[in-house]
Design a protein. Structure first.
Length: 571
């Protein structure tokens, strides 16, 4: 009985006053109709010389109106039969059509809406704190959520449309319904107790979000994406703590991946005082040797953190053979990388040239970064309104071999494919790989699902907004302890897990169990690359690790540790 009462309460509560009036009037109309038909039933029966009780009249009316028609009571006259037809048609219309419609429209649907709204809350509980508030569910948010789940960080996505919120909730995401420009939404989301508010929508919407949050409490940390330097300035004026111009970030990251044909180590990122670089093995004495035989630890003091085999990352072991087509990921200080160049680099880097497909924000940022390094480049752009410099741009379709040749593809060291359409990027990667098998191809990916396709198409490296943006946002939570090397591949730092403390790298079997490679150990604020695998690891140290996303997840699951993130807030 208690359960029945709860069910009835859940159905009755959603009824609004207008809906209740409609239902009441329809029920009253039905009762009046039953009374009228029962009265006429008695009159016609008297006309035929028969007599029945009022209960029998109501019984006959209901059986005919509900189309059951048992046939135990029937009229003998034409008037009675015509009346039976009228009762039958009106009853079918009222009971079988109108009442079910009213029930569904005014009782069942409001109850469903109320039930669904309970699954998509409009307020977080008081026990929620230290969470990340997201304001858009896109590729960046998806990548960020995966990483936060691996790190055990709480989050909530604010969604304006209840239907969209319900769909995301059914997909397993933590959501809350609310208007993005309403301060009450962020009060309900407990923004004052959050670690971060993230805005990844359009520049104007992001500005409104940041301005609203800053008006609520200027101590709340905010991070937003921007499409231009002007938008970046406006967001800072609105009170944003960290502004990410992802187009420029992606273009510069792609430009750093250009290797050239001189076998020099090209720095692609820094991790504290350690530098991460890539170097081609083609034409060097390393080609054909195993990692153990190369003896780079003794010769240059650099560490081979990984190897790219035509776009596929592998953690090398001592017996891994270095092929001429491989690209080495090196970790070391500036002096150690200079020592590597002194021994293995050949020729000059001044003659390098690059073809860039796409003159959007990413392509322009890549061209600017390459120009700062003195590398010649040409941009292929189909849209005339984007062509700003006739000497730098080539107008045309990159799928036309004549346009590629006019851009200098035959003599280019590398090609950057930067369009915002993954289908186009895959097509051009396959096409250009067939035309220039030895050329380095670096492609942009907008969706994680297309990364493997771009690698299969022949891209030597793939980068995207999602990984760069998610990593940059996550790093605003504390120390800069993550570096994206390529799509799905990153270098990150974690405190030494309890299981590994006081053990050697050989004993811990990190590489064998997780697929990650420990490339450095940080202790007392100093990072030492190429750690000796036979030396025990101090309990208070941190590990600098390289691995793809699945290897990283395996490491965090197998060797859990307490993240050493500092939550930064503005004073």
């Amino acid at each position: 009985m208690k359960s029945l009462a709860l069910i009835l309460t859940s159905i009755i509560q959603p009824l609004r006053r207008r809906n209740t009036r409609v239902v009441v009037w329809l029920v009253l109309g039905l009762l009046v109709l039953i009374a009228l038909y029962s009265t006429i039933f008695h009159e016609i029966m008297d006309y035929e010389g028969r007599s029945y009780s009022w209960a029998t009249g109501i019984y006959w009316t209901l059986t005919v109106m509900s189309t059951l028609g048992f046939g135990d009571i029937t009229f003998e006259s034409d008037v009675g039969r015509i009346f039976s037809v009228i009762v039958l048609i009106s009853g079918a219309l009222f009971i079988l059509v109108l009442l079910p419609f009213v029930f569904i429209q005014f009782i069942f649907m409001p109850w469903m809406v109320r039930r669904d709204s309970n699954r998509t809350p409009r307020r977080l509980g008081r026990d929620v704190h230290g969470h990340v508030i997201l304001t858009n569910m896109g590729p960046i948010a998806e990548a960020l959520i995966r990483r936060m789940q691996a790190l055990g960080l709480a989050y909530v996505v604010i969604v304006e449309d209840p239907g969209d919120a319900l769909a995301l909730s059914d997909a397993g995401y933590e959501v809350m319904v609310g208007a993005l420009d309403d301060p009450d939404t962020y009060v309900a989301a407990r923004a004052g107790d959050s670690a971060l508010v993230v805005a990844t929508r359009t520049d104007m919407t992001n500005t409104n979000i940041v301005f609203t949050v800053d008006e609520l409490d200027s101590a709340i940390t905010t991070v937003a994406t921007a499409s231009s330097a002007v938008a970046s300035d406006v967001l800072r004026l609105a009170g944003c703590d960290t502004v990410l111009t992802l187009g420029a970030m992606l273009g510069e990251a792609m430009a750093r991946r250009v290797l050239g044909r001189d076998a020099r180590a090209r720095v692609i990122g820094a991790f504290d005082e350690l530098l991460v670089a890539e170097a081609s093995a083609d034409g060097t004495s390393l080609a054909g040797l195993t990692v153990g035989e190369s003896d780079l630890r003794t010769r240059c003091q650099v560490s081979i953190a990984g190897i790219w085999h035509r776009g596929r990352f592998a953690v090398p072991g001592p017996s891994t053979v270095i092929e001429s087509s491989d690209v080495l990921i090196l970790v070391g200080t500036g002096e150690q990388l200079d020592a590597y160049d002194s021994e293995f680099a050949r020729g000059s880097s001044d003659s390098r040239s690059v073809v860039i497909v796409g003159g959007g924000r990413v392509g322009r940022a890549a061209a600017s970064a390459l120009g700062d390094e003195g590398i010649k480049c040409r941009i292929i752009e189909k849209r005339k309104e984007r062509i700003l410099n006739s000497g730098l741009y080539v107008h045309g379709d990159a799928s036309d071999v004549d346009v590629l040749n006019r851009a200098g593809m035959e003599s280019a060291d590398a090609m950057l494919i930067t369009t915002h359409d993954d289908d186009v990027n895959i097509y051009l990667t396959i096409y250009c790989r067939a035309l220039a098998p030895e050329m380095q191809i670096i492609s942009r990916s907008n969706h994680d699902r297309n990364v493997a396709s771009l690698n299969r198409a022949g891209a030597d490296s793939v980068l995207s907004y999602a990984s760069l943006g998610a990593t940059a946002i996550l790093n605003t939570l504390g120390d800069n302890d993550s570096l994206v090397l390529a799509e799905g591949l990153e270098m990150f730092s974690v405190p030494v897990p309890p299981y590994i403390a006081t053990k050697t790298l050989v004993q811990s079997k990190v590489r064998e169990l997780t697929g990650c490679n420990v490339v450095a150990i940080t202790e007392n604020g100093r990072s030492a690359a190429n750690p000796d695998p036979q030396v025990p690891i101090a309990a208070g140290a941190s590990l600098v690790i390289i691995g793809d996303s699945s290897a990283r997840d395996r490491f965090l699951e197998r060797f859990p540790s307490v993240p050493h993130r500092r939550i930064r807030r503005r004073p």
